[in-house]
Ligand binder design. Sequence first.
Ligand code: NAD
Length: 382
Amino acid sequence: MNISPLKKHDLFFPENSGFQKTEILFYTGKQNLLTLFSSNEYSRNKLFVTDTNVAPLCKDFISHFTEEPAEKINAPACYKKNGDALCILPAGEKFKTIETVLKIADTALEASFNRNCLFVAIGGGVITDMTGFAASIFKRGVDVEFVPTTLLADVDASIGGKTGCDFGSYKNMIGSFYPAKKIHIWDSFIQSLPQTEFISGLGEAVKTAFLFSPELTEIFRKQKNEILQRNEKVLQKIIEICGKEKSKTVHEDFKEKGIRAYLNYGHTFGHALETTAGLGVISHGEAVAWGMGRALELSKNKKLCTQEFADECKAILSSYGYCTDKIPQAVKSTPETIQSLICAMHKDKKNSGTKVKVTLQSGWQTTLTTEVEDKEILEVLQ
Ligand SMILES: NC(=O)c1ccc[n+]([C@@H]2O[C@H](COP(=O)([O-])OP(=O)(O)OC[C@H]3O[C@@H](n4cnc5c(N)ncnc54)[C@H](O)[C@@H]3O)[C@@H](O)[C@H]2O)c1
């Protein structure tokens, strides 16, 4: 039996990228991983990678590999069945390490998989990033597909081929460009997300709205209640718009030499906050949303945007509960914290030299990248 997606969208990579396309497939209803991956199309060896929070959501699938109750599995745990393997990892950013990536590769090695095998990530951005990275280095590259299970992975992390893990307490310091062949999206996974994770994912979707989509900006302005109640139809719309917008950007600039840097809006500040707070303390999307608030202040100070524009954007951010203060309460506003934030911003992968590269907006869907001095950053942090 085959299951058919409701909609499909192809992300085509540039000709010289070495990759052809990612098929983004949108399904409705409850996930049916067992049926999907039992079809003839998937007759090769598969390594499924998930985490301890996602495994209980896919009980039928997990019980195909083990009789252990999904809730009780002590990760990391690996199982084999009929030529396939399942690797269940501990959940969360804390485990987004090179050791965990190597655990994924080791599971495939232990199962004697060759280059024709397929890796499948079932999880949030941590699992898709690490599984994509492991797929890119296992036997110099095997195919990978994603089943994103968080809103953040639906709207952003699973799309576009950036893979990797954290290193030396810095976010995503090692990795590769290695896109999934297919992304299978079941928005129903979002219903079980803890509220903080849901709000985290929304942060990246708001970013997409500000950067590219007047339609999505209107949805965020006018449909707050439906969004916060996780209305299926509205979520499907948000995911679809984000997928299409990110696809366009990645198609134009796969290796981030130009416009893909716009996707870093809020991220230079946001990553620095995540590092300063300690990885995993503040969710990625919340950090990004705070970062957009700081970027708006910076833009206003540099007279690149009007006060009115900055205020309107910040009003949308705060209406969804995002912090628009100079320093979030989760980290104390001390000289050490501010120094640590600036130091982390300098360590961001995109920077070289003495200035910090930031993405700013001068108006709705009007974006630029520029370099700023430490004293300009200080002004928006203290
Ligand atoms: N590659 C990219 O382009 C890109 C873009 C943005 C973010 N990212 C990365 O994505 C990561 C953040 O992604 P994330 O927020 O999905 O993190 P995550 O994978 O850690 O998931 C968040 C939490 O939700 C749990 N979870 C997952 N699905 C669930 C579900 N359906 N119901 C209940 N719980 C569920 C997870 O176990 C985890 O505890 C960061 O590491 C970030 O760097 C990558």
